[in-house]
Design a protein around this ligand. Structure first.
Ligand code: MF3
Ligand code: CO
Length: 303
């Protein structure tokens, strides 16, 4: 859709809706007590030429509560993995932990059969950037760094987060990459302000990564999430401050920077069609949280 079409649509929409009739968000509240002020601001920014999220990306309280429940299980899965992960375990053993915890909480692992993905989580070791496929032949050894990326569907609502795990004693350079990548995520989250811009996130992450001599992966990004696994917007981990979509209360998305020791270039394994690795074989790390933009700031939904 072109920007002008959106402008026309939303103006008509706001004019048509009576202040005492029910809000478009589905909250059941009167429009004037719900999104009326939100719409004034939204339409003003739209008229100023800003890129605004489609209304389908703005979650209501009921949807947010359902996503929270899904996200609680998702965080629980990662806590469970954290308790059990150890040297000598295969990445398929991690997958088993994820699957068992998820189904015993009456939820579904979102990656399983997603576009043909064969397992319940992604496990990406050392130079693997993301979307590593759990395998009985991949045994975690002392010094490895591994990302476990977990996504959950509960009652049709989606959550997503990932963490790095360091196996036994790891080298100082691996440890530093893992720590700086976590800082990149935290700095990216701190850059999210209601009515701020999407580009603020990438700008903050990229600045921090480059300061430490690392590169930022651009071929993979964070994403809107909630009613679907992957929704708009694409949340790039590089960007320019003040640019891109306006971040409005009710948006839910992931921030999941992949930070490389060497080149930012990656390639996807041709044999399995999924696993992304660094082109130069150097280390890569990733941390991911799922967040909600609120009227006053953000809420971390899954971590
Ligand atoms: N959490 C991952 C992401 O958002 C999941 C990728 S899809 C999968 O990129 F099938 F690989 F799991
Ligand atoms: Co994700």
């Amino acid at each position: 859709m072109k920007k002008n079409d959106i402008l026309k649509q939303s103006e008509v929409f706001t004019l048509e809706i009576g202040r005492n009739s029910k809000c478009w968000c589905g909250s059941g509240k009167k429009y004037k007590q719900c999104h009326a002020r939100f719409d004034d601001k939204y339409n003003r920014l739209l008229r100023e030429g800003k890129i605004m999220p489609n209304r389908s990306l703005i979650k209501n309280e009921q949807q947010i509560e359902a996503i929270r429940k899904s996200a609680r299980i998702n965080t629980g899965v990662l806590d469970y993995v954290a308790q059990h992960i150890r040297v000598g375990m295969s990445t398929l053993d991690i997958d088993t932990l994820v699957h068992e915890y998820t189904v015993s909480h009456h939820a579904i692992p979102a990656p399983l059969n997603y576009h043909g993905f064969p397992n319940s989580c992604c496990t990406s070791v050392n130079e693997e950037v993301c979307h590593g496929i759990p395998s009985k032949d991949c045994i975690l050894k002392e010094g490895d760094i591994v990302n476990v990326d977990v996504s959950t569907i509960l009652d049709g609502y989606f959550s997503d987060a990932s963490r790095m795990f360091m196996i036994g004693e790891v080298s100082d350079k691996a440890k530093k990459l893992v720590e700086v990548t976590k800082e990149c995520l935290e700095i990216g989250i701190a850059a999210v302000k209601p009515w701020g811009h999407l580009g603020d996130i990438g700008a903050a992450i990229q600045e921090h990564a480059h300061k430490h001599g690392y590169s930022v992966v651009i071929d993979f990004a964070g994403h809107g999430i909630g009613l679907e696994f992957h929704e708009d917007p694409v949340v790039s981990h590089v960007g320019q401050k003040g640019r891109g979509m306006v971040l409005v209360p009710g948006m839910v998305f992931t921030i999941e920077p992949m930070i490389n020791e060497g080149t930012h270039h990656v390639y996807v394994d041709k044999k399995n069609g999924w696993t992304a690795r660094t082109k130069d074989g150097k280390l890569s790390a990733q941390w991911e949280h799922q967040i909600l933009v609120t009227e006053t700031g953000i809420e971390i939904l899954s971590h």
